[in-house]
Design a protein around this ligand. Structure first.
Ligand SMILES: CC(C)(COP(=O)(O)OP(=O)(O)OC[C@H]1O[C@@H](n2cnc3c(N)ncnc32)[C@H](O)[C@@H]1OP(=O)(O)O)[C@@H](O)C(=O)NCCC(=O)NCCS
Length: 211
């Protein structure tokens, strides 16, 4: 996996690689990402109470994990990270075991100032450096800001249900065949079931409409 480089995007903002000690801050950001704008502010225990949610950070720093932290005046204000999941215990945006799933959040006071875009740019660069073939994510349709950001970067909807599309950004040379191979579900994803096909092999799959 690639090691994110420190990037200075403007005088007060820096983006640096996430380290093990960042896990408490990443937990804060995971809560923001999992309960998007408009939701009640969740208690920190919400992560431990939701085993699937906890998977996004449990044992942070394991092989394949990578993340970036945005800081202003030395204080963390946002984070983006990815990790791989196995089919037996997937994330919400699971596509395949070789495609890590991305999470991102920016502290509310800092949104709309380019921090999220800078975080994604740094993380995608790290993923490319690490020869990661693609990144996936799950997003709520009730989160238009995030969806607009993802689409502008090149993520396309490939699976998921009406409310929570799974989006994919191909980092290897893009082809419809590559999406088919990495997206191991067809009609059943459109009908709301997400995850690998029972027999583990890809089925014909076209990117879903983002409209
Ligand atoms: C989604 C999120 C990470 C974006 O971070 P951000 O720092 O606010 O985003 P940026 O300022 O870099 O803006 C990136 C793009 O988002 C969109 N955007 C940002 N703020 C917006 C707003 N108020 N209204 C509409 N679009 C907006 C725009 O497309 C923007 O691109 P542009 O600057 O070229 O216009 C941030 O809003 C956030 O933390 N939200 C809560 C957590 C969350 O929803 N995480 C994602 C879960 S899937």
């Amino acid at each position: 996996m690639g090691v994110p480089r420190a990037i200075r995007t403007e005088s007060e903002l820096t983006v640096r690689p996430a380290v093990g000690a960042d896990e408490p801050f990443l937990s804060e950001m995971l809560l923001l990402a999992a309960f998007p704008p408009g939701s009640a502010t969740p208690a920190p225990e919400a992560i431990d109470q939701d085993e699937r949610l906890a998977r996004y950070l449990a044992g942070w720093g394991r092989a394949g994990d990578a993340g970036v932290i945005a800081e202003a005046a030395g204080q963390p204000i946002g984070a983006a990270w990815y990790r791989r999941f196995v089919a037996a215990s997937p994330g919400h945006g699971f596509v395949s075991e070789d495609v890590p799933e991305l999470s991102i959040a920016v502290a509310s006071a800092w949104r709309g100032r380019g921090v999220g875009r800078a975080l994604l740019a740094a993380l995608i660069e790290a993923a490319r450096d690490g020869n990661v073939p693609a990144l996936s994510l799950s997003v709520s349709r009730r989160n238009p800001v995030a969806m607009r950001l993802y689409r502008s970067i090149g993520f396309v909807s490939v699976a998921g249900d009406e409310e929570h599309p799974t989006m994919l950004l191909e980092l290897a040379p893009h082809s419809p065949q590559a999406i088919q191979q990495r997206t191991r579900c067809g009609r059943r994803c459109r009908s709301g079931r997400v995850g690998p096909a029972p027999h583990g092999k890809g089925r014909p799959q076209q990117p879903l409409s983002d409209d």
